[in-house]
Each structure stands twice: as C-alpha cells, then as structure tokens.
Design a protein around this ligand. Structure first.
Ligand code: 4AD
Ligand code: MG
Length: 431
C-alpha cells in the first residue's frame, strides 16, 4: 500500500513512492512526457509522466484528462528546485476519478462579474487561496490576542429586537408574527458581557443593508468586538493599537508567502509600529484643509477624506472625538466638550480607510435614556440595555474591527469582495 500524502508534506517523503489525491490544475506535454500540475488544496506539484514508465493506456489518460478533473497520482518524490513548490513526482500510476466538463475559468483574464458568478469555482485559484489564508490568519490572530489577554468569548445573537448602528441599514425579518432584525453589531450584548465578565469579545457575522456600492462595503461582514469594564477612551485606543500591531506581526510572520503571491508590497506593513498616531476629529479636518479638500465641518468623513487623512501617516491613525451628532446613541459625550463623542475610528494606512470603530459608552442612566429618545429609538426595546446602567453601571469601552476591511488592507486589494469566501453585496446574493 502506498501512503496518501498532502502536497504540503511531500518534503518528508523524498525518494519514496506516495499517492496524491487532488485535481488537475494544468498540463502540458513534450512528446514522450506529460507534465501534470496537480493541486490538492495544500499546494501544487508537478507530476512527470514518462511514456516508457507507464502503460500506453495510462499515457493516453494524460491526454484525456481535463482541467479540474479529480485525480489520483502515484509516484516517487524528488527534489527539484525549478519546480513549483520545489518537488516533483515521477509518476508510476495515474487515475481519473471524475472527468471534469470544460472548466469555465480558463487561465485567461475574466471579468469580475463572471468570476463572482463562479465564485464557488473561483475559490480553487491560487490567488484566492492566498487571500483566504490571510483571512484565516487574521481571524486566528484576533482570537489568540483576546484569548491570551484574559478575555472571555461571549457570542452575540444574530436575531435582535433592536438597532445598534442606526435604523437606515437594518435588515428586517418576520419572527413568528413579530419583527426581528439581523444584527448590525454585537456591542450592546458585549456591554452586558463586560458587566458580567469584565473583559469579553464576540466574533461573528453582522449585517447592514448598505445601499452604497463602494469597494469597502459588504451587506454581510464579520466583526470582532471586544468590550471592557473600567476602560476609558485612552485605554480603548491602547487596546486597539496593541491588537492591530499583533495582527500585522502575525500575518507578516506566518503568511509572507501568501502576501508575496499577491504581490503585496511588504514595506509599508513592516513599518507599522506602536505608538499609532492619535489625532482629534478637529486635527483630521485640518489635514483635509491643508490638502485643499472641500469638507463641511461637522459632517462625517467619506472614503476619499479618510484616504487623505490616512496618507499623512505610516501607521494606522486613530481619529478620536467626532461630533456627537453624527455618531451612535450609545456614545459618551466628551466631558471637556459635550458637542464631541468619546469615540475613535482607526484608519488603515495606504488609503484603506476605517477598519475599527469604537469608543467609551454612555454609562449614566438618565443621559442614555435621553439619547435613545433623541435618536427616535423605541425605548421598550432598550429596556434590558438600560438595566446595565441601573445595576452597577461603570465606565466601559470597546470597539469593533471589520475582518474583511482588515484583510483587504493587509493583502493590498482594491476591493473588499475577494476577502470573504462568498461575498454579499447590494446586487449579489449568488452563489
Ligand atoms: O464603525 P462601526 O459601525 O462600529 C460598530 O458597529 C460598533 N458597534 C462596534 C463596537 O464598538 N463594538 O463598524 C465597525 C467596523 C468598521 O470599522 C468596519 O471595519 C466594519 O466594522 N464595517 C464594515 N465592513 C464591511 N462592510 C460594511 N458594510 C461595514 N460596516 C462596518
Ligand atoms: Mg464606523
């Protein structure tokens, strides 16, 4: 019996006969030889079939095999520096498990719509592998960071009775004769968690009916949200800075090959270091002015504004104290200037814009009640949330980081759609 081996492990089997189970990625021939490039999800290996070493019938199979057919290749591993992955297989056996129909994704250039329509197949390409492995690493790093720092994972519900991030982007669904919304953020539940456990986080999908078609917006995205009792805005910024530095270091350490495959310039990522610059909203507006950007003081920054602001710095920049008016109901006012909120957005460098939003929460019952009313939100739905202020309220803060925006930045992608296996956009629900 020949051992089945993953391509990622062939280095441990040099000189031995093994079996690879996978799919045909590509092939070419030169008379007496067939070069079959086989992938198995862990890597690629060139499998060399010599006419003299296999039966005529088997050699014919190489002629017949089509791109993405599932195959089993038996052969002896040899080192070959010129080959993809550094190893080759001298084939003694080749079998087609299922002959693939003509594969729609050819090595030529395809349009984005075509590729997105075939996302279920597009995932097989090496570029998509690289991006999604960076995504995996980012998620693992997020979890490791909080797990290693005394946080407890508290899962937030997906069905919710109330809005967290404004009522304009809510997805509504029928819920046994009443109404429910898909969660926009787990934050309110994390505040309950922080009052119970001190330091908590949640990680899950969040939903926003974003009617804008931008390169930064999905309607379904994944967010990691820490929340900490007895933490103020400065502490929150310290946490965000430690967290993002940790993720960048981890990805550079473990996913360099993937970033190189994506032709990501690593220099800007390598330059990132603590402390990250911290500027106020007012200071950010000054940067826009200096760059002759037409901006109305008091409004929120658009994507183009964020790009200009972030380009003034090498590391991610934390912009704090936005006008309270443009921010969510739960934010605490700055005691030094009640027109501002104790909030922070982290803008990624190189024009990637906001990756983190968060801040210190309003912890006073009466003030919070007033804010809920002022935002025209239904008081009943927030009664449980107000309990957190009725029973032992304390200063607390947290933030949410969007996984896809972070991956887009780290991979240097121009659009967020490739950072999630099956993107959901305003005009895309398939596949
Ligand atoms: O700034 P946001 O709206 O903040 C919150 O939801 C807070 N409740 C989080 C908290 O404090 N616990 O969203 C946080 C992050 C953004 O910075 C961005 O990275 C991402 O979520 N995000 C999106 N990512 C992709 N598509 C969208 N439509 C996004 N909306 C927000
Ligand atoms: Mg935000």
């Amino acid at each position: 019996m020949v051992d089945s081996v993953y391509i990622s492990d062939v280095s441990q089997h040099v000189g031995k006969e093994i079996q690879i189970r996978g799919w045909l990625y590509n092939k070419r021939s030169s008379g007496k030889l067939w070069f079959l490039l086989v992938r198995d999800g862990t890597g690629l290996i060139q499998s060399v079939v010599f006419k003299g070493s296999v039966s005529e019938e088997m050699f014919q199979t190489c002629e017949d095999v089509t791109q993405e057919s599932s195959v089993v290749v038996t052969g002896t591993v040899s080192e070959d520096k010129r080959s993809v992955g550094g190893y080759e297989l001298q084939v003694s056996g080749f079998e087609i498990l299922a002959l693939a129909e003509e594969y729609p994704i050819a090595p030529k250039e395809h349009g984005t719509t075509f590729l997105m329509d075939h996302r279920h197949l597009w995932l097989r390409s090496s570029r998509q592998h690289a991006i999604l492995r960076v995504r995996h690493e980012v998620i693992k790093a997020c979890r490791d960071f909080f797990d290693e720092n005394g946080f407890t994972l508290i899962d937030a519900p997906i069905f919710t009775p109330n809005a967290c991030e404004g009522t304009t982007t809510l997805f509504e669904t029928e819920y046994f004769g009443s109404r429910a919304y898909l969660t926009q953020s787990g934050q309110l539940y994390m505040e309950a968690g922080a009052m119970a456990f001190g330091k908590v986080y949640c990680f899950g999908p969040t939903f926003r009916a974003e009617k804008s078609k931008t390169r930064r917006h999905l309607t379904e995205f994944w967010m990691i949200e820490p929340e900490v009792a007895f933490l103020d805005l400065d502490g929150d910024m310290d946490l965000a800075e430690d967290f993002v530095s940790f993720i960048v270091k981890r990805v550079l350490k473990n996913r360099r090959a993937e970033l190189e495959k994506l032709e990501r310039n690593l220099e800007p990522l390598e330059k990132i270091g603590k402390p990250f610059p911290r500027i106020s909203y007012d200071e950010a507006v000054e940067i826009l002015k200096k760059n002759n950007i037409d901006f109305e003081y008091g409004s929120d920054f658009g994507g183009a504004d964020e790009t200009v602001i972030s380009q003034a710095f090498d590391s991610p920049v934390m912009v704090h104290r936005y006008p309270a008016q443009i921010k969510a109901f739960y934010m605490k006012d700055d005691p030094g200037d009640s027109s501002k909120a104790l909030c922070v957005d982290m803008l990624a460098p190189e024009g990637y814009g906001e990756i983190i939003g968060g801040g210190q929460r309003e912890d006073d019952l009466a003030v919070l009640e007033g804010k809920i009313k002022a935002h025209d939100l239904p008081t009943e739905a927030f009664d449980w949330y107000l309990d957190l202020r009725r029973y032992g309220t304390v200063p607390h803060a947290g933030f949410g980081m969007g996984i896809e925006r972070t991956v887009a930045w780290l991979c240097g992608l121009s659009h967020i759609r490739e950072t999630i296996p099956f993107p959901r956009l305003m005009h895309r629900l398939n596949p």
